[in-house]
Design a binder for this molecule. Structure first.
Ligand code: C2E
Ligand code: MG
Ligand code: MG
Ligand code: MG
Length: 281
């Protein structure tokens, strides 16, 4: 079943994925070269407000444009990069590039929330908050427009530094999101300790929420918990009209998924936005 989903999601956006998967994860030297030669590209996936279908923002998702393999997806490079300091360089590259993109969208009249995925490795680095805040200041972008998404399983509960880093970011208005919620251990404790603003219910629960009672139970209780804690709820994995139509009823604030849009290259984003607004007004 998982492989069917993988196959489906490879249609359209990812023509070369099968090829790169066969070869396995990329080698470190290919990743170093990718950074040096600026072969990483940012795709953006829209986040839509549930209540009125307006655009809340976009999530930046990295792809490597490999000279031989074509477009390579994060499952082929994030783990390897996290085992070295390369992930810090990727984060910095993505942050600086996407904040430039934010300014471009702003010049066209769109105020979007920009979400970036952050590796747990960044959270051990006490200089990270100042770096991010410095960038925002330099580019005159209010911190409230930046969301940092942190995968639940990646968050080390025992690490005092990560709490301090997240506290400092949060104190300055940067939005913090717990990603893939429900897939890790001690989900609840993480919510209690860290200053999150947003909870993203993992797409594995959403995908079958309609026909599978236990998946729906997990979605519903995550929503209830998030609301009690004052967090925004994001549903990812909205792949079809059924899920799209039931997400409001299930209590989602923001939805994201292939049904609205796959992640799209930066150069196509403004066009997509204009179309979406036309269709939904
Ligand atoms: P994520 O942050 O949970 O992002 C959601 C993933 O689900 C993305 O895969 C997205 O393309 C996919 N997706 C979106 N809508 C749907 C849908 O309706 N159905 C299904 N089946 N899938 C959907 P992607 O782009 O391959 O990224 C995978 C993961 O890699 C991300 O999961 C994130 O954890 C990580 N990642 C991506 N870019 C970066 C990055 O720049 N830095 C770091 N540290 N991690 C990244
Ligand atoms: Mg994410
Ligand atoms: Mg996720
Ligand atoms: Mg994920």
């Amino acid at each position: 079943e998982d492989s069917v989903i993988k196959l489906l999601s490879s249609i359209g956006e990812k023509p070369k994925k099968a090829e790169s998967s066969k070869e396995g994860p990329l080698k470190i030297y290919e990743l170093i070269r990718g950074i040096e030669k600026e072969q990483f590209e940012i795709f953006y996936q829209p986040k839509i407000n549930c209540s009125d279908r307006t655009i809340y923002g976009v999530e930046a998702l990295s792809r490597l444009n490999h000279p031989r393999l074509g477009l390579v997806f994060p499952d082929q490079f994030i783990d390897a990069m996290e085992r070295t300091s390369l992930i810090n360089e990727l984060t910095r590259y993505i942050l600086e590039k996407s904040l430039e993109h934010w300014k471009h969208w702003h010049r066209h009249g769109y105020l979007l929330n920009l979400a970036i995925n952050i590796s747990p490795k960044e959270l051990n680095n006490l200089d990270f908050p100042e770096y991010v805040l410095g960038l925002l200041k330099k580019k005159s972008i209010p911190p409230e427009f930046l969301t940092l998404e942190i995968t639940e399983t990646a968050l080390d509960l025992d690490h005092a530094d990560s709490l301090e880093v997240l506290d400092r970011l949060s104190m300055h208005g940067i939005q913090l999101s717990i990603d893939d919620f429900g897939t890790g251990h001690s989900s609840l404790e993480r919510l209690r300790i860290f200053p999150f603003d947003e909870l993203k219910v993992d797409k594995s629960f959403m995908l079958h929420a309609r026909e599978n009672d236990s998946d729906r139970a997990i979605v519903e209780s995550s929503v209830m918990l998030a609301k009690r804690l004052g967090l925004k709820v994001v549903f990812e994995g909205i792949e079809n009209s059924d899920l799209y139509n039931m997400s409001d009823h299930l209590g989602g604030d923001i939805i994201q998924g292939y049904y609205m849009s796959r992640p799209i290259p930066e150069q196509d984003l403004l066009k997509w936005i204009e179309n979406w607004i036309k269709k939904n007004s």
